[in-house]
Design a protein around this ligand. Structure first.
Ligand SMILES: CC(=O)CC(=O)SCCNC(=O)CCNC(=O)[C@H](O)C(C)(C)COP(=O)(O)OP(=O)(O)OC[C@H]1O[C@@H](n2cnc3c(N)ncnc32)[C@H](O)[C@@H]1OP(=O)(O)O
Ligand SMILES: NC(=O)C1=CN([C@@H]2O[C@H](COP(=O)(O)OP(=O)(O)OC[C@H]3O[C@@H](n4cnc5c(N)ncnc54)[C@H](OP(=O)(O)O)[C@@H]3O)[C@@H](O)[C@H]2O)C=CC1
Length: 283
């Protein structure tokens, strides 16, 4: 089987980046979201990135236009009827993802692979919402997708070796490095990263230091490219909370309890950079 036609569902910060890297690797890509304005926002993000490549003389205008030309906007899920691979990147909510996978299973051709970019949820449970669990897999990209080299690949209980290998090969065609990881809450990346971010939030909550000071300690002291609170804002505080809840519930261990301040910020709509306010203000 050869993958040529791809649909990315969810045109937010991850979906747009994923669509961009597939289009750059010469796949035909449908970028789908619920509303036209969200799809347009994703397309604008990709155009901006392409323009920057042209300005920096890393790409010709023609090559950049060809990337854009391989992207088709969509607000109708029936457009999944002719694809070989779907990569889902909607909100980190198991009910929403499971319902979406049931729909995609009805629409997509039998041979199509249904992948999820979930950052913490059980692949096996998402797969169980379909009649093709052997063709469902986790393909966890890192943010910002065009820059970060890693893709965690997670098999569900029923995922076949053939599908795993095909996704591993496909990831390499995107010039990314696949790493195989088992299906446990948060996989490897977020099981390790998110408790650090949550602890940084507790450090603010308990008045140990100001956000700027905490970020400075981790940047200058540990050589992290971004401090944990800047990174939390960048990821999205809603996504951070969803991931902590998945770890807390999935392991049943209070060491993963989300910090009350994280809950408060999410309830206030302070979702980080994408909302203009989180631990920092962006406009
Ligand atoms: C939550 C999950 O499930 C998993 C996750 O993704 S966790 C998050 C993982 N990501 C991280 O940890 C990111 C940590 N931060 C970093 O690595 C860096 O700060 C960074 C790469 C984001 C920016 O790097 P920087 O050196 O500080 O800034 P800058 O010089 O502006 O950018 C470096 C390059 O990245 C590009 N870039 C930065 N942000 C970008 C974005 N959002 N989209 C596309 N490209 C971007 C820049 O254009 C630049 O590329 P060129 O040199 O080709 O022009
Ligand atoms: N942020 C990060 O750093 C990372 C996130 N992830 C994962 O990627 C996924 C997306 O995260 P992210 O891009 O940050 O989130 P965003 O909030 O930026 O984007 C999610 C997009 O999906 C749309 N959406 C929601 N429900 C549906 C649906 N049923 N059908 C189609 N589109 C829908 C949203 O629309 P609306 O605004 O209307 O809800 C929104 O445009 C999550 O599973 C997250 O855990 C993985 C790696 C890193």
């Amino acid at each position: 089987m050869q993958i040529k036609n791809v649909m990315v569902v969810g045109a937010g910060q991850m979906g747009a980046g994923i669509a961009q890297v597939f289009a750059q690797a010469e796949y035909n890509v449908i970028l789908h979201d619920l509303k036209e304005e969200f799809v347009q926002k994703g397309m604008d993000y990709i155009s901006k990135n392409m323009n920057r490549q042209v300005e920096k003389e890393r790409m010709t205008r023609e090559a950049a236009d060809a990337v854009i030309g391989r992207l088709k906007p969509s607000t109708d899920l029936n457009n999944a009827a002719n694809v070989d691979l779907v990569v889902e990147a909607v909100v980190e909510n198991l009910d929403i993802k499971a319902k979406l996978f049931t729909h995609l299973d009805d629409i997509a051709p039998d041979h199509a692979i249904l992948a999820t970019n979930t950052s913490s949820l059980p692949i096996t449970e998402i797969a169980a919402a379909t009649n093709r669990p052997e063709r469902v897999i986790g393909m966890h990209f890192m943010n910002p997708v065009p820059v970060m080299k890693l893709v965690e690949i997670i098999r569900g209980l029923a995922t076949t070796d053939e599908i795993y290998q095909l996704i591993e090969e496909t990831t390499k065609t995107l010039k990314k490095t696949p790493v195989e990881v088992n299906d446990f809450p948060g996989f490897v990346s977020n099981r390790i990263l998110m408790p650090m971010i949550n602890e940084a939030i507790y450090t603010v909550y308990e008045g140990v230091a100001e956000p700027e000071a905490i970020d400075e300690v981790m940047k200058l002291g540990m050589n992290h490219p971004m401090g944990p609170l800047t990174l939390a804002d960048f990821i999205g505080l809603d996504t951070c909370l969803f991931i902590m809840e998945t770890l807390h519930e999935g392991f049943g261990d209070d060491k993963y309890r989300p910090c009350p301040l994280l809950r408060k910020y999410v309830k206030a709509g302070w979702l980080g950079k994408k909302a203009g306010r989180g631990f920092y203000q962006y406009n």
